[in-house]
Design a protein around this ligand. Structure first.
Ligand SMILES: [Fe+2]
Ligand SMILES: [Fe+2]
Length: 421
């Protein structure tokens, strides 16, 4: 194991852990880190949830791959197949990257003693049923190497150097998402449909924006209907757990906001039609982020004033998209338009104040901040739900405190809600 790992991990199923990756939150949650708590689960929240393995004999390649991946994933790095297999059988990764670069020459100009064969390691991984199911990505500097030819013949993903970090991350994210979505097939209804339908409609939004043609609101209402059913049936926790590990952050954040908003409304006794508005409003509230540049959305640390202006433009961009949606309910539009407004008038885009803020938007603001704080991002750890609620309690000029107290009560009352968050 490279990099001095501490203890051997317990056997872990692929697909566990919370979400990360994709677009950024604009709630300033990236300025907040840590939980102040030292329980086991809170400590675990500080680490990226999805496990990725790298097998590379060349130390420089190991370092480069670790550096490219570690802000988004829990990366286990190995110099040889034997060590990797012994370790990975105990802690299955979501994806294995295998680099065929030879070990660098040892000091004094002699080459490393053991011959390195990435392809032999690939074949050995196939001997173990659990490991054989983990998707592999080949990395090579020679498009005609043994590994390259084998991966091409087997239609396996292959990246030829020089490899752009964005291409590497995109390849890994696609494989992670494939597996997470495959696991949804095993969920009971309506939880399975809640996830499958919302991800399908969400993935289609970019095409809808590009096409610029009117979209029937029914498309979104129907995609959120199983989510409403799951929440009303008390199964929202399975939805939240199912989305963990998915690598499209905007989708993960939006689905979490939709689920919590819908549950919030359900706990307040709102009728089904309102729950549908809350669910669709939550799913669509940030779609404008899809056209914000990746480097702004995912920038670690503070945004410049110019970047902040671009980030804030996701609200009008979302409303532009809603102009394309036929007969979009007023509540859905309000959630999108006002979820960054603050009671003291310091929010955006309109700087609305006090009574000017709609109740749906007040609920959305609470859920949006809670979702952003408790999400894992490339630039920050996930905050424990209790710590997030405590922090939100101090946001006096921002959030509606009567609704916040109800939201807190609702989470504490719902069995497993705090764990699922
Ligand atoms: Fe937003
Ligand atoms: Fe949001």
């Amino acid at each position: 194991m490279d990099g001095g790992a501490a203890t051997r991990p317990a056997r872990a199923a692929a697909g566990g852990g919370a979400a990360d990756a994709g677009t950024g939150s604009d709630t300033n949650a990236n300025t907040v880190s840590g939980t102040g708590s030292n329980t086991v689960s809170d400590t675990d929240r500080l680490r990226p949830p999805v496990r990725i393995a790298v097998i590379a004999a060349c130390p420089a390649q190991r370092s480069a791959l670790r550096a490219a991946l570690e802000s988004r994933y829990r990366v286990d790095v190995f110099a040889d197949g034997d060590t990797a297999i012994a370790w990975l059988r105990e802690a299955l990764p979501m994806v294995i990257l295998i680099d065929d670069a030879a070990p660098e020459a040892a000091a004094g100009g002699r080459s490393a003693a053991a011959p390195w064969s990435a392809l032999r390691t690939v074949h050995r991984l196939g001997f173990y049923p659990d490991l054989a199911r983990v998707p592999l990505v080949g990395l090579t500097g020679d498009a005609r190497s043994d590994l390259a030819l084998d991966f091409r013949a087997g239609y396996r993903p292959l990246l030829v150097k020089p490899i752009r970090r964005s291409a590497l991350l995109e390849t890994v994210a696609d494989l992670v998402n494939e597996q997470v979505e495959l696991a949804w097939q095993n969920l009971a209804e309506p939880q399975r449909a809640a996830l499958m339908k919302t991800v399908a409609v969400f993935n289609g939004v970019t095409d809808m924006i590009d096409a610029g043609r009117p979209v029937p609101y029914q498309t979104f209402r129907q995609s959120c209907s199983p989510l409403v059913e799951a929440v009303r049936g008390g199964a929202f926790r399975a939805v939240l757990e199912g989305v963990r590990g998915h690598d499209n952050y905007t989708y993960v954040h939006s689905l979490r906001v939709a689920t919590f908003l819908c549950y919030f409304g359900h706990a307040l006794g709102l009728p089904e039609s309102d729950l549908t508005v809350l669910a669709t409003g939550g799913l669509l509230h940030d779609v404008g982020k899809m056209s914000i540049p990746h480097e702004v959305l995912n920038k670690p640390g503070r945004l410049s004033s110019g970047e902040w202006g671009v980030m804030k433009s996701h609200v009008p961009r979302t409303l532009d998209f809603m102009d394309l949606v036929n007969e979009v309910p007023g509540g859905v539009r309000l959630i999108a338009a006002q979820h960054h407004e603050k009671l003291d008038g310091t929010g955006y885009p309109a700087g609305l104040k006090g009574a000017e803020l709609n109740d749906l938007a007040r609920m959305a603001a609470i859920v949006d901040v809670f979702g952003a704080l408790t999400d894992h991002r490339a630039y920050k750890a996930a905050m424990a739900p209790e710590a997030a609620l405590d922090l939100m309690h101090g946001m006096r000029g921002h959030l509606d405190h009567v609704l916040l107290a109800l939201f807190r009560e609702m989470l504490l009352d719902a069995a497993g809600a705090m764990d699922a968050a």
